[in-house]
Each structure stands twice: as C-alpha cells, then as structure tokens.
Design a protein around this ligand. Structure first.
Ligand SMILES: Cc1cc2nc3c(=O)[nH]c(=O)nc-3n(C[C@H](O)[C@H](O)[C@H](O)COP(=O)(O)O)c2cc1C
Length: 236
C-alpha cells in the first residue's frame, strides 16, 4: 500500500505465511512521481522516489525482502507508459510487476492512470500487451471493482487477452465492509486468468468466501497493516 509496504514491511509480514508480497505502489515516471508529491503534500502516505533513483531504490527494497523470504515478490507500479514498468521487471529478485489500474487518487486519475485506465479497455489491453511482451517477470494487473461506467468483465477479458499472468481485483463494494463477491463470480465465469481476490479479508471466514466465489488466491492489505495478521493463513 502506498507509503507503507516497503521492503522491511514486506520482509516482516511475509513471515505470516504469504506466498507473495507486494512492494509499493510506486510511481514510476516523472508525471506520476509529481502526482505522488502532491498526494503526499495533502497528507496521504505515499512513496516518493525520484525517477532516476527508482531502480536502485527498488533493488534495495527487494534485497530487504529477500533477507527472510523466498516466495514471490511483486511490485505495484503507476506509470503513464509501459517502459518504466518493463525496466522494473528486470530487477533481480522481482517475480511480478503489477500494473496499477486501481488507484483512485485524483492526481493520478487526472493523468489517465490508475483506475482511469479502466475506462478505455483497448488502450489498457495494448499497454499490458507491451509489458507482457517485453517484461522479464510475470505480469499482474490490479483493478478496482464498481468504478462507475466500467464493466469489470470486459476489463477482465481484455487483461486475459493481453497475456497477463494475474488479474488482481479489489472487489470494493462502496458503503460495505464486505467484498463484492458477485463481481468475483462473474469474472471467474467469463475468464480463466488466475484471479487474485482482494477486499475486506480479515479472518478465515472472509478468506474462504472469496475463494468459494471463484478467486484462485487472495490478497490482504488493511488486515496486515499493523505488521501481523490476527488469523492463521494455513487454516483457510
Ligand atoms: C492507505 C492505503 C494505501 C493503498 N495504496 C495502494 C497502492 O499503492 N496500490 C494498490 O494497488 N493498492 C493500494 N491500496 C489498496 C489495498 O492494496 C487494497 O486493495 C484495499 O485496501 C482493499 O483490500 P483490504 O480490504 O485487504 O485492505 C491502498 C489501501 C490503503 C488503505
């Protein structure tokens, strides 16, 4: 999560039994980095690393995770163009680059990045195809559910056509403290891409519900933010 899940955080939380940890999200080009500065200035946590320092910084973060973790390391990235994401995929120890088509901060969406990418499915598909063709790691695309005017199934089909390895869905249901499992079901019924289900997983029951709805894996953010989980992942 922005400004929180750096290498030390991911290294320590990995010991709870995760198969994969995600660094970031990081802004990877000049435009999104400037947007990150503006987000930080209005008081929201954010990683701000200059573009020319980002690769070396991420190399260090990955080394920190690798001190205690042999599972997969993913890096969540925002960028207007695919190139910076492709460069991150070449870092030793990075297993997955994750396209952030999820961020709803206005400074990012006004650039056409983050969840704004969901509004133009064809452009998103071309963007991800280029990353899939040139990346040295696996590729994930993270999307947010229930963005007005966005058809998640069409987005999911485009991500699948692009050849990405994972579709990571924040099944946010506005006004609810539970995930929108109908969207997970619909995506599962219409695609066969590896589906990572996210949102409001805080215990064994909510994790099982996500898997029963069709997710192939789950991800956890807020319930891990304190640096540990209050439930045992091996019981899911
Ligand atoms: C403070 C905060 C910062 C976040 N930053 C990011 C981010 O940088 N990239 C991203 O993909 N998701 C980000 N998220 C979203 C979470 O990764 C996750 O999708 C969302 O919180 C729902 O999952 P949860 O219910 O397990 O927390 C952030 C969430 C919070 C609360």
């Amino acid at each position: 999560m922005a400004g929180i899940t750096d290498g030390a955080f991911c290294r320590d939380i990995s010991q709870e039994g995760f198969d994969m940890v995600t660094l970031g999200g990081y802004n990877a080009d000049d435009h999104t980095i400037q947007a990150g500065r503006e987000i930080l200035a209005r008081g929201r946590p954010e990683f701000v690393v200059d573009e020319e320092l980002l690769l070396a910084y991420l190399e260090d973060q990955v080394k920190l995770v690798r001190e205690r973790f042999e599972g997969s390391v993913s890096v969540n990235l925002r960028s207007i163009t695919p190139d910076p994401i492709i460069e991150v995929s070449k870092i030793r120890g990075v297993d997955v680059v994750e396209v952030n088509a999820h961020c709803r901060q206005k400074e990012i969406t006004s650039l056409g990045c983050g969840q704004a990418m969901l509004r133009d499915v064809l452009t998103l598909e071309e963007y991800v195809v280029e990353i899939v063709e040139k990346a040295k790691s696996l590729v994930s695309v993270k999307i947010r559910a229930n963005v007005p005017g966005v058809n998640e199934v069409e987005v999911a089909k485009a991500v699948e056509r692009s050849g990405a390895n994972f579709l990571h869905v924040d099944a946010m249901l506005p006004g609810s403290d539970s995930a929108d499992l109908n969207i997970i079901r619909s995506i599962k019924e219409n695609t066969s891409i590896f589906l990572l289900g996210n949102n409001s997983i805080k215990d064994v029951v909510s994790a099982r519900k996500m898997l029963n709805a069709g997710a192939d894996g789950i991800s956890i953010a807020r319930a891990a933010i304190g640096g540990s989980l209050n439930f045992d992942l091996s019981r899911i």
